[in-house]
Ligand binder design. Structure first.
Ligand code: MLT
Length: 392
């Protein structure tokens, strides 16, 4: 019996688990302190009324023999996939229903997608980056090449022709840096992927935070992206589903590698290993795309974007370098006083009782930087920034 030894190459625990443990220990030592959590990007606004009503109707249906449902459709119910296609059509992108796979979230799918690729592939990953892309490729034993994000490139690395990779991870608006690729920049990535016969895994979980009409809200707005990109999307941040769990992945029918359709491989993988998202949740997700649903979630998105403005405004007035905070719920900044990421984490926690995420947790390229999430309550964000001002 042999275990997967690649796990020995991982850090001891997942970034957000390590932070939760550290904060838990601090809370234990300081029982009276009111801790404000702007670390993990977890939403605080409740599900919107359109979603709740749709889910309640679905609960009733599940309680009546005539309308009860067992196993759902393999790729997700057609009503939800149709609604997703409609949402893309409004962005000017035509999708076929069978190109959409409903799942329990972008984290699972960006992690699981590796099942359809050989472990001999070389993977290109930005640094800093959402740790799931790195950890899942370490688990699979793939060679990883990092592309550096830094202040000079605005944390938006671009392809370098001399670097050869088979799989490329991109996330825009970016987690953790909040930076957003332009259409031209994404065009360079698509060209690179086509030239190298590579596949881009594009995490679009934060697309709804894009306000600027010139910025892309899906990589399929770039010509020929359908030939080289799998896109992952999520209701988590967009519609408050972090605890409810629903997302979807688009695998275009035209995406062929080694004479095989990646859509068919993913279908085979999902039908074997995944039994779908609950009917009740899918009905709630469908309601997100109704006119009322879209208007209601937009209010929450605006609320978070206003929080982001409060955070980035505070940093700007202090003369601290940052990215994000516009078209993105994350604000990423250089740690004041040249502190390292973890030094600043401890400083902010101890002196202000505010939790953020140390940039170094997202890779060596994040050292010296820090991320604050705008998904908190308004009062918490305002008071966290008051506390921040009093110690910086
Ligand atoms: C984050 O804080 O980076 C996200 O909440 C992580 C996630 O979506 O899994």
């Amino acid at each position: 019996m042999n275990i997967n030894k690649n796990y020995m190459n991982l850090k001891d625990s997942y970034l957000f688990s390590s932070i939760a443990k550290r904060v838990g220990e601090f809370a234990g030592r300081n029982p009276g302190k009111e801790i404000i959590r702007l670390g993990i990007g977890d939403v605080t606004r409740p599900l919107v009324p359109a979603v709740i009503q749709a889910m309640s109707r679905a609960v009733d249906e599940m309680g009546r023999a005539e309308t009860f449902r067992g196993y759902g459709d393999e790729q997700g119910y057609s009503f939800l996939r149709k609604a997703i296609c409609g949402f893309y059509a409004a962005k000017g992108i035509e999708l076929q229903e069978d190109e959409v796979f409903v799942s329990d979230g972008a984290k699972s799918d960006t992690g699981n997608i590796g099942d359809i690729f050989s472990s001999v592939n070389t993977v290109l990953i930005p640094d800093p980056v959402y740790p799931v892309y790195v950890d899942t490729n370490i688990m699979a034993g793939r060679e990883i090449i990092y592309m550096k994000g830094n202040e000079d490139n605005g944390f938006l690395p671009l392809p370098e022709p001399r670097v050869k990779a088979d799989i490329i991870y991109l996330c825009s608006p970016n987690n953790p840096t909040g930076a957003v690729y332009t259409k031209e920049q994404l065009g360079l990535w698509v060209d690179y992927a086509i030239e190298n016969d590579a596949v881009i895994l594009f995490d679009s979980a934060y697309d709804s935070f894009v306000n600027d009409k010139n910025l892309p809200v899906s990589i399929y707005q770039i010509s020929r992206a359908r030939e080289c990109v799998i896109e992952f999307a999520s209701f988590s941040k967009t519609a408050g589903f972090t605890g409810t769990r629903c997302g979807y992945t688009v695998v275009p029918n035209g995406l062929i590698r080694n004479d095989s359709s990646l859509n068919k491989l993913w279908l085979r993988r999902q039908t074997t290993k995944f039994n779908g998202v609950p009917y009740i949740v899918q009905r709630g997700a469908e309601a997100v795309f109704s006119p009322e649903g879209l208007a209601q979630i937009q209010e929450n998105i605006n609320y978070y974007l206003e929080n982001a403005e409060i955070i980035s405004g505070t940093l700007a007035r202090r003369g601290i370098w940052f990215t994000g905070g516009k078209n993105s719920p994350y604000v990423w900044f250089r740690c004041p006083g040249n502190m390292s990421s973890w030094e600043f984490f401890d400083f902010l926690l101890e002196k202000a009782n505010v939790v953020g995420t140390p940039g170094a947790g997202f890779g060596v390229g994040g050292e010296g930087f820090f991320r604050l999430s705008s998904f908190g309550n308004r009062e918490d964000v305002v008071s966290a920034m008051e506390r921040f001002k009093s110690i910086i």
